[in-house]
Design a protein around this ligand. Structure first.
Ligand SMILES: [Cu+2]
Length: 326
């Protein structure tokens, strides 16, 4: 290589370094999370820490579900391109610190891994449990019900790690895409023949008790079934960035026990904002999901359930069901 070329390359490398430095500075300046959330990382341990012990503060310091890679583990989908309304196989691996697919897991709530799938407008929520082959590849048949950008969350605890990780990644689904606005906050939701109400006073930054109450045909349901070791599983996603919280009731549920009509959760919302809550519960052998939009304020505003239960007749298409129509 001639000296002149070497010099030009050197200058080019220098220019690249400057460009990166500038990009980094711009990125820092407009980072909305950093700007909007002055809480130190230790205060964020409540997100997921409810049930997963140590929380997530010692890794990247950000909330669960926002990073594709954390604590040495990376969520790698085999494909990030799909077509709406065609049955596909969702396949992915969790790569460990050695770069190889993880094959050892510590079960949390009876499963080695929980997979949450939701479109980025918070419609089309699914909570499913893929199977893993001997090589560590996870797989589940799945049908995306509409086009758009969808987010996948893998919620798992690798063997040997003392905490649960939630990694998130986006995938692209081609097909008709009609964004669904988030429902207004409401304290009741009807799914199939069930009416679910929500009561509580969610406050940002400290534990708030949320009480769900399940009824059917105007009567309280008192024989909820344990589902994955609990009478309810609550996933809450923060509108705007889809940060993730997964909570379980403090009461464990064992086979044969009956639960309901109330399911109580202690939930710590990390910041004020709008959240979409997805409650999975099991009754008569089937799992149902009730959805609620919750506005969390700095001071706490009570969510008051309706005194007259909503009709269990199917009404207008819900946020959950809208994408299915296409
Ligand atoms: Cu699960």
């Amino acid at each position: 290589m001639s000296r002149a070329v070497a010099l030009r390359l050197g200058a080019f490398a220098g220019a690249l370094a400057l460009a990166f430095a500038a990009a980094f500075a711009i990125g820092s300046a407009v980072d909305p999370v950093a700007a909007a959330d002055p809480a130190p990382p230790t205060d964020m341990a409540g997100m997921g820490g409810e049930t997963h012990g140590a929380g997530h503060s010692e890794s990247s310091g950000q909330l669960p579900g926002l990073a594709v890679s954390d604590a040495g583990y990376t969520f790698e989908p085999e494909s990030t391109f799909f077509t709406a309304n065609s049955k596909t196989a969702l396949r992915f691996t969790i790569k460990g610190p050695d770069g190889k697919p993880v094959t050892g897991y510590t079960p949390t709530h009876e499963k080695d891994l929980h997979l949450i799938v939701v479109r980025r407008d918070l419609s089309g929520f699914h909570h499913v449990h893929p199977t893993r082959d001997a090589g560590g590849t996870w797989s589940i048949p799945f049908t995306f019900t509409a086009g758009g950008t969808w987010r996948l969350y893998a919620d798992f605890r690798p063997a040997g790690l003392d905490k649960t990780l939630t990694l998130g990644t986006d995938v692209n689904v081609s097909g008709l895409y009609i964004p669904v606005p988030l429902n207004d906050p409401a304290s009741s939701y009807s799914v199939h023949e069930y009416d679910v109400t929500l009561a509580g006073t969610p406050v940002a930054g400290k534990e708030s008790e949320l009480t769900f109450r399940v009824s059917s045909g105007g009567k309280p349901v008192t024989d909820l079934q344990p589902y994955l070791g609990a009478f309810g599983h609550l996933v809450s996603l923060r509108s705007g960035d889809l940060a993730y919280l997964h909570n379980h009731p403090t009461q464990d549920a064992k086979a044969g026990m009956k639960g309901g009509p109330e399911i109580k959760f202690g939930t710590t919302f990390p910041t004020a904002g709008t959240y979409r809550l997805f409650l999975d519960f099991q009754h008569a052998g089937a799992v149902h999901t009730a959805e609620f939009t919750v506005q969390v304020g700095g001071e706490g505003k009570a969510i008051v359930p309706p005194t007259v239960l909503p009709s269990s007749e199917p009404s207008t298409p819900s946020h959950e069901e809208t994408p299915h129509g296409h």
